[in-house]
Design a protein around this ligand. Structure first.
Ligand code: SAM
Length: 314
C-alpha cells in the first residue's frame, strides 16, 4: 500500500501538500531531488490564477525557480513546461521570458522540446497555437539520461544494410529510435481517457518520458504546481517517489486519489508510444498494438545486438 503524506517525510512514497509551493519548497532538503518538472500558471487568467503584470509574474517565477535549483541534485534536471502569455492578441513566449532565470544559475540547456498537439483555441487574427515547449536544463554535465528507456519503435525495424561488409545486418538501432525533440502527444481534452475537472492537466505519457529518461528508481520527482497530480502519478507508476504542492483543495484531492491509483495500477492512462489517431488512417492504432506485441518488435527489444549509432552524440 502506498504511503502518501502532506508533510515532507523520508518514509513516504509520495508527499502531496495542499498549499502554496513558495512555503512548501523550503521544507525540501537541498540537492535531494533528481527531477523538477512542472507547468506553472501562464498568468492568462485561468480559474486557478490571478492575472498580474509580467514583472510581478517574472519575480514570482524567479522565487520558485531559485528554490528548485537549490533542491536539485548535482546529476539532476529541471523541465519547465510553458506556452504563451497573451495580451491584446500579442504573445510573449514564456520560455523566452524565463530563460535568463535558469542561466543565471549556470544551468545547462539540453533540449528545448516542442510539444505538438492537435487541439486548442481557433485564432482569427493569427495562426492557431498548436505547440508548447519544455525547457530541459541540467545542473551539471554529469546528469542522468536513460535514452534506452524511452526509445520509440523504429518505422522500419527490419531494415538491413544491403551492401558492404555489414550486408544483411540490421541498419537501425534494434532498441528503437531516439524520440527527438519534437513530441506529438495529444493534450488532455474532454474525450481523453485521463480527463479530470482540471482545465489544463499534463498527459501522463509526457511526464513518463521525462521521468524514465532523467531519473532512476527511488529518485525524487518534484512538481511545485502539481494540479491534479499527473507528475506524482507518473513518478510512483514508475517506482520513483513523487513530491508536489497544489494550492486548490479540489485539485489536491484528485492529485492524492490519482497518485494512489497510479501506484496500485488502476489509473487509466493513455499508453506511451501510442500513435496519434489519424482519421485518414483509422487502422493505425490497431497496427500499433499488433506491431508492439509482434514477435519481431519483442525480439528486437530483447536482443541487444551490435548496432551503429549515427549522430546520437550531437
Ligand atoms: C498549469 S496548472 C498545472 C497542471 C498540472 N500539470 C496537472 O497535470 O494537473 C498550474 C497549477 O498550479 C496551481 N497553483 C497556482 N499557484 C500555486 C502556488 N502558489 N502553489 C501551488 N500551486 C499553485 C494551480 O491551482 C494549478 O492547478
Amino acid at each position: 500500500m502506498i504511503t502518501i503524506t502532506d508533510k515532507y517525510s523520508k518514509d513516504a512514497d509520495a508527499i502531496i501538500y495542499n498549499g502554496s509551493c513558495y512555503e512548501f519548497v523550503k521544507k525540501i532538503p537541498s540537492e535531494s531531488v533528481k527531477l523538477v518538472v512542472t507547468s506553472p500558471p501562464y498568468n492568462i487568467g485561468k480559474e486557478y490564477e490571478k492575472r498580474t503584470d509580467l514583472d510581478q509574474y517574472y519575480k514570482d517565477q524567479e522565487k520558485i525557480i531559485d528554490e528548485c535549483v537549490r533542491i536539485l541534485s548535482e546529476d539532476g534536471s529541471i523541465c519547465w513546461q510553458v506556452g504563451n502569455y497573451v495580451t491584446n492578441g500579442e504573445i510573449v513566449p514564456l520560455d523566452v521570458l524565463l530563460f535568463p532565470i535558469f542561466t543565471k544559475h549556470n544551468l545547462k540547456l539540453r533540449n528545448r522540446i516542442v510539444w505538438h498537439f492537435g487541439h486548442g483555441l481557433h485564432a482569427s487574427k493569427r495562426f492557431s497555437g498548436r505547440y508548447e515547449t519544455i525547457l530541459w536544463f541540467t545542473k551539471g554535465d554529469n546528469y542522468t539520461f536513460n535514452l534506452d528507456a524511452v526509445r520509440i519503435p523504429q518505422k522500419y525495424p527490419n531494415k538491413k544494410y544491403f551492401k558492404g561488409n555489414k550486408r544483411g545486418e540490421l541498419s537501425c538501432n534494434p532498441l528503437g529510435k531516439n524520440p527527438s525533440d519534437i513530441w506529438e502527444i495529444p493534450n488532455v481534452k474532454s474525450n481523453h481517457v485521463e480527463k479530470t475537472i482540471h482545465p489544463c492537466q499534463f498527459p501522463i505519457e509526457l511526464i513518463e518520458r521525462l521521468v524514465l529518461s532523467m531519473t532512476n528508481e527511488n529518485d525524487y520527482v518534484f512538481d511545485p504546481f502539481l494540479g491534479v497530480g499527473s507528475t506524482t502519478a507518473a513518478a510512483v507508476k514508475n517506482k520513483r517517489k513523487g513530491i508536489g504542492s497544489e494550492i486548490m483543495k479540489e485539485y489536491w484531492e484528485i492529485a492524492v486519489e490519482r497518485t494512489e491509483a497510479a501506484y496500485n495500477g488502476t489509473l487509466k492512462t493513455r499508453p506511451m508510444h501510442k500513435p496519434v489517431y489519424d482519421p485518414a488512417d483509422p487502422k493505425i492504432n490497431l497496427n500499433y498494438d499488433k506491431e508492439l506485441h509482434s514477435q519481431t518488435q519483442q525480439t528486437l527489444f530483447e536482443k541487444k545486438r551490435k548496432y551503429e549509432v549515427i549522430n546520437e552524440n550531437r
